[in-house]
Design a protein around this ligand. Sequence first.
Ligand code: FAD
Length: 315
Amino acid sequence: QKLQKAHSSSHRPTYSFEFFVPKTSQGVQNLYDRMDRMYELGPQFIDITWNAGGRLSNLTCEMVSTSQSIIGLETCMHLTCTGMPIQLVENALKDAYNSGCQNILALRGDPPHGSESTSANGNELVPEFRYAKDLIKYIRAKYGDYFDIGVAGYPEGHPEESDIDVLIGYLKEKVDAGATFIITQMFYDVDNFLSWVEKCRNAGITVPIIPGIMPISTYASFMRRATWCEINIPKNFLDQLEPISGDDNLVREKGTELVADMCEKMVAAGIQHLHFYTMNLEKATVMVLDKLGILPEYIPEEDKKNPPLPWRQSL
Ligand code: FAD
């Protein structure tokens, strides 16, 4: 049963894709081909990661500019602030502005090892950029309301803070500083996510909350990423995936079913937008969208137009 048959078009979820920056210009060129193809899948936006400290910042800026102004995808640029020379922050924002990109995911990033006052290349760092909220304030002060600003949310805690209520307090500070949407860390425990959303709402956070979804490609990568992000793997995932762990095709098929079930449950609970961590790969994400029946080929022509971005819809 495809999802679009069960829901009217107004309840069909929209979706978006995250891409990370390859290490080389050649890798970027190869990724453009894939982005071109994935454009045909009708994502509402795509986002491009930022390497903490600003390594490869030129490639992120180039990709944001190409994707926004040449490929024509609504693009969101990630930007971290800790350990970042002020000039890199300035340049990145200016490049985004000049390319017409209006969406920034403002992040702290992870602090560099060693010296806190100068970056690896000796540039001056910005002492006031301690948390993501400091970057949000900076962007608002410099650019007013030009950018929509997203922030990271952690339904299962952050490696430096496991108390969910304390973290929700920090998330509220980010929204109060000017964030207009939230994208979450990946998770597989939907019940926990939905109760976390409710806690956020009860804490007065009213901006759109977008779930971050990591499709399952292989058993090893699934386990590695879940462990790295310190997230709970529900028992039914382990029960169903562990016995077939040696067969990548079976894992991908079963993983698709499990992830599509997650998505259906969230949509049934009122979540309208699904954000996929693609890991720069097409297949696993396409399989989930196919299973959900929300690929463009299933959508009647008159329904194809995307609604406004989640954070540009009136709540
Ligand atoms: P913050 O919200 O600033 O929080 C950082 C830590 O400080 C938390 O432990 C929090 O509890 C604590 N804290 C916050 N405010 C306060 C306060 N007022 N007082 C005391 N403590 C406080 N990393 C990258 O390098 N590049 C990326 O492109 C990238 N993209 C991401 C996308 C998403 C959707 C997510 C969820 C994460 C991403 N990350 C990325 C990882 C992120 O940079 C790390 O998780 C980082 O450790 C925290 O960043 P933050 O923006 O959430 O920080």
